[in-house]
Ligand binder design. Sequence first.
Ligand SMILES: Cc1cc2nc3c(=O)[nH]c(=O)nc-3n(C[C@H](O)[C@H](O)[C@H](O)COP(=O)(O)O)c2cc1C
Length: 358
Amino acid sequence: MFTLNSLSLPVLGAPMAGGPSTPELAAAVSNAGGLGFLAGGYKSPDAVRGQITRTRELTRRPFGLNIFVPDHANTYADTSQEKQAGKLAASLAYREALAAAAQEGPAGTVIPEPGFPDPQDDDCWQAKLELVLRERVPAVSFTFGLPGPDVFAELAGQDICTVVTVTNEQEARAAAAAGAHLLCVQGPEAGGHRGTLDSGKTPGEASLTDLLDEVRQACPLPLVAAGGISTRHDAAAALAAGASAVQVGTLLLLANEAGTSAVHRTALRDAVLGRRDPRTSVTRAFSGRPARGLTNGFMRAHPDAPDAYPFLNQITGPLRAAAAASGNPEAVSLWAGTRYRHAAEEPAQASVRRLFPG
Ligand SMILES: Cc1cc2nc3c(=O)[nH]c(=O)nc-3n(C[C@H](O)[C@H](O)[C@H](O)COP(=O)(O)O)c2cc1C
C-alpha cells in the first residue's frame, strides 16, 4: 500500500475539480517525487477512467484520485429527509432570485436560464468507488463527507490508501475511527471548497499550524497539511507543526500542465498586477458550500446564499459556463487560496521542487 514514506518530496498535488487537475499535472507532481492527484468530482466515471489510463501512460509512480462524498453516503452530517427537503426548498428560492435578476439585466446582455436542482445526481458515487477498486488506484481521497467504515475496509482490502479531508479535530477523530489511513488537514487559507464534513457548519478560522497541532494531539494518523502552502517557509512550518507532507493547490493553478481555464488564469494574473480586486473571500454563492476564490461580482451579489450543495452548483452551472465562454470573470468561480501570488507559469515540477530546496 502507498505510504507517505515512499515519496522523495513530501508533497501532494491537490485535486482540483473543474479543469485545473489533468493527468499531465498529476503525473508531473508524481514524477517530481510527490503524489499527484486527479480530481474525480463533476466528471463521468468514463472520463475519470480515461484520466487514470492517461496518467498511467505518463508516470509509473503512485498517484491519487479524489472523490466527492454525496450526502447519502456521508456518515458525519445530518442527511435526514427533512434536511434534504430544506436544502431543496432553499435552492429553488435561490434559483427564482437568479432567474429574476437575469431578466432585469442590462439591455443587450444575454444571461442564460439557471439550471435546476437534481436530487438524483450524486456525482456517480457508487460507480466511482467501483472504478477505484477495479483500477486499484494507489490512493483515494474523500472530500465533503465521511463514508462508512465498510468503504474504508473494502479499499484497504485492495491495498488502496485512503485519505479524508478534515477541517477540525472532531472531523479528524471521526475519520480516524472510520478507518482512514491519512488525514488531509485543510486550513482557512485554502483555495476552492472547504472540506467540512458537514456542509451546514461554518468552517473554522484557526490557523493551519494551530489546527495541525490540535489534530496531531487528537489522533495518531499521518497528517498532510493543506491551505496557503506556497513557499519553503510555509512547507517547513507545516512539517514542524506535525505534518508528514504538504498539499498544494493554488500554487499549481498556473502550471503549464494545469487545465485551468483561460478566464481563471487571466483573473489570477490580473489580480497580481492590480488590474482587478486582489482579495479572496469565502462564498456559498456558486455551489452552496463554502469555497474560497478571487472576490467577484457574483459573490458580492449573493452574500447570503444558502447551505444547499450540490443544488446551487447545478443551478449556477449554465451561468458559469456562459460567463467562462465569454471571458467574463465576474460570474465564474475563480477558486484560489490567499497565497495565489506565488503561482507561477512554469512546469509543475519546478513549483513543487522549490518548496524543498537542497
Ligand atoms: C481550483 C481549485 C479546485 C479544487 N478542487 C478540489 C477538489 O476537487 N477536491 C478536493 O478535495 N479539494 C479541492 N480543492 C482544495 C484543495 O484540495 C486544497 O485543499 C487546497 O487547494 C489547498 O490550499 P491552497 O489552494 O492554498 O494550496 C480545490 C482547490 C482549488 C484551488
